[in-house]
Design a protein around this ligand. Structure first.
Ligand code: AMP
Ligand code: MG
Length: 341
């Protein structure tokens, strides 16, 4: 027999789309009890999907135990299990899905499959108190501008090739920087850029409402090899161009939709320069600038748990036998039943 939700009902959410394995526990009235994140840091190079999945499988038990301990709830108090069903890297998604299925069947509670991009928007709305924002979601794997319209989070603009976070990461590795725990490559580029001064010309590519970062990356890497400019100036110029492109597309979506808020989220949202550019366009359009605190802006389990609750309250559940992962699940494919109406 399934449990009935009450004020003291909780959802446990599992995030595992890429390099982070995370478990969040959230109550049905939107209190985040815990959000434990374990990041996989590659020894060298970018994320290797199978290596990242191996990390997730290794840490899953410990992360779950820590989440229960910090939240001070027992497994029997969990009403639903939610997991990131896509988009993401296959081996990573499957590892999270396996843990979610095992928990749901052991605890005999419903399973909910959550779209990772929807979850970024929903947790942003919850913690930054946004009602109906234009969202700029910028991370290692995604770059998109979205707003709610007619039952969906519509995609107004997106990258045509690599994500902006990936552009910064590949550039940083080419510059000889190494990722450390607690210090992502994008943050190292930001630190160097803060000491740059000269704006070097680089390709600015906005096509309609879409963006392209691969030409910009190639040109910035070429500047490194030319050795005519300081690394600080190249980082500064790369950031200025990439973030101006993002700001232009977000501003046009804002002018078109006349939404009351701009929400900035994803791992790259931690960047102070990007924050200040977006804040100023939001102010020009009389919109409130809403920033998501870092632990909820990067990939995290709390966002999956919260979105699982929203979906479950609208009768969305996923039978275990249909709970396959969706590697290319687009944001605008998901009916958003809990907004509007
Ligand atoms: P996510 O994919 O949401 O987990 O975010 C990871 C991405 O955020 C990586 O590409 C990081 O390099 C990037 N990132 C983290 N901190 C910063 C920062 N301060 N500035 C720019 N990018 C950042
Ligand atoms: Mg990540």
């Amino acid at each position: 027999m399934l449990k009935r939700p009450s004020a003291a009902s909780y959802c446990l959410g599992i995030e595992s789309t890429a390099d982070d394995f995370s478990v969040g526990i959230v109550s049905f009235d939107g209190k985040i009890l815990t959000n434990v994140i374990s990041a996989y840091v590659p020894e060298k190079g970018g994320i290797h999907p199978r290596e990242a999945a191996r990390h997730h499988a290794e840490v899953a038990g410990k992360v779950l135990a820590k989440a229960f301990q910090r939240a001070k709830v027992k497994p029997q108090d969990i009403h639903i299990i939610a997991f990131s069903q896509g988009p993401g890297l296959g081996p990573c998604l499957r590892t999270g899905a396996t843990a979610a299925r095992a928990l749901a069947s052991y605890l005999r509670v419903p399973l909910v499959g959550v779209n990772h991009c929807v979850a970024h928007i929903e947790i942003g709305k919850l913690v930054a108190e946004a009602r109906d924002p234009v969202t700029l979601y910028v991370s290692g794997g995604n770059t998109l501008v979205s707003a709610f319209e007619a039952e969906r989070y519509r995609v107004f603009g997106e990258t045509l090739d690599i994500a902006v976070g990936n552009c910064l990461d590949v550039f940083a590795r080419e510059a000889g920087l190494h990722q450390k725990e607690g210090m992502p490559l994008g943050a190292m580029v930001e630190e160097l850029a803060s000491r740059g001064q000269a704006l070097i010309s680089l390709p600015y590519t906005v096509k309609g409402m879409d963006l392209s970062f691969s030409g910009l990356l190639t040109a910035a890497v070429q500047l490194l090899h030319d050795e005519k400019h300081s690394l600080e100036d190249v980082c500064f110029s790369l950031q200025e161009v990439a973030f101006s492109m993002l700001t232009e597309v977000t501003e046009r979506a804002l002018a078109h939709t006349e939404k009351p808020e701009v929400l900035l989220t994803g791992g790259v949202a931690a960047n102070k320069r990007l924050q200040s550019m977006l804040k100023s366009v939001a102010e020009e359009h009389k919109a409130r600038f809403c920033m998501v605190p870092k632990q909820y802006a990067l990939d995290n389990g709390a966002m999956i748990a919260w979105t699982g609750i929203l979906a479950y309250q609208h009768h969305v559940t996923l039978p275990i036998e249909e709970s396959f992962v969706k590697l290319k699940w687009r944001l605008d494919e998901v009916p958003i039943l809990w907004v509007g109406g």
